[in-house]
Structures are given as C-alpha cells and as structure tokens.
Design a protein around this ligand. Structure first.
Ligand SMILES: [Cu+2]
Length: 157
C-alpha cells in the first residue's frame, strides 16, 4: 500500500517536471529522443568500453562508480583528451588554482557539461548529442588513470 502511494506520488512529480520543461520556452528541448547508457567505472576501466551511437542521437550516460577510487568521465576527441591531460598535469604544478583560461572555456560552451567526477559508490549523469560521425573518447584524468588506459570510445555513425 505504502509503496503504491509512493509510486503514485513519484509519477506525479515526474509529470510535473516534464511539464515544467515543456513550458520552459526552450527550443532545444526534445522529447523522448534521449537514450540512457549505463557505464560502470572501476579501478581503472569503463564498462562497456565501446558504445555505438547514431549520428544526431542524444545520449545520457549514467556513470556508476563501483570502484574504490574517484573517477571522472571527460568527453572529447583525442586532441581534447590530450589537452585535458596536460591541464590536469599543469594543475598539479599550480597547486589547484584554476587559471582563467578554464573559465573562458566554460563560458564559450554555453551550459553544456563535458565532464563529471564521481566518487566511489556514487553516480552521475552526462548528456550529449552526437551530431558528427567519428570517434569520441570518454577519458578519466584522475592522476595516472588516463595513462593506465582508463578510457572508452563512443563510435558515432
Ligand atoms: Cu579513473
């Protein structure tokens, strides 16, 4: 009984939030086009390590960290991965202070998030629409993880 009531309440909340999105006035909102892919993070792998998507498809990645270490998922091509790896290495030298180059990078991207950090036992989602055919990489840039091969590929065709 209690469970039924809770479910009904949850459905109500979901319906409300969907309605909230629709009246947002945003023309970027698309209904029912998102596919969710669960990716398990371990020490130090992503599973699956290859995800096939269709061009134009919007995917929500649900990263679940079942390992004992903090992991991150950074989405980008190989060039972006190398750049991010270099930034992480630089960050160590600067004692964690964020140079303004990073802020500029973020403002140029509107609100599109391209990275999540997930603690052990936690999960986080990242949504991305893939408009170009090719390979996008999901990389973990916690110290040593990228070097250890902690990455997955998204093949867009
Ligand atoms: Cu990692």
């Amino acid at each position: 009984m209690a469970i039924k009531h809770a479910r009904a309440a949850l459905v109500g909340v979901l319906a409300l939030s969907v309605a909230g999105c629709a009246t947002d006035g945003s023309d970027r909102t698309e209904r029912g086009a998102t596919r969710t892919v669960e990716v398990v993070m371990r020490d130090n792998t992503f599973r699956p390590d290859r995800i096939d998507v269709r061009r134009g498809e919007e995917v929500t990645f649900r990263f679940v960290n079942t390992g004992r270490l903090v992991h991150e998922a950074f989405l980008g091509d190989s060039q972006a991965q190398e750049q991010h790896a270099a930034e992480m290495a630089e960050g160590d030298d600067h004692g964690g202070a964020s140079p303004d180059g990073h802020a500029g990078h973020l403002t140029g991207q509107e609100t599109e998030q391209e990275m999540v950090t997930v603690r052990p036992g936690e999960e986080a989602t990242l949504s991305r629409r893939f408009d170009e055919a090719g390979t996008v990489i999901i990389g973990c840039h916690q110290p040593g993880h990228w070097e250890a091969g902690m990455r997955a590929t998204v093949e867009v065709s």
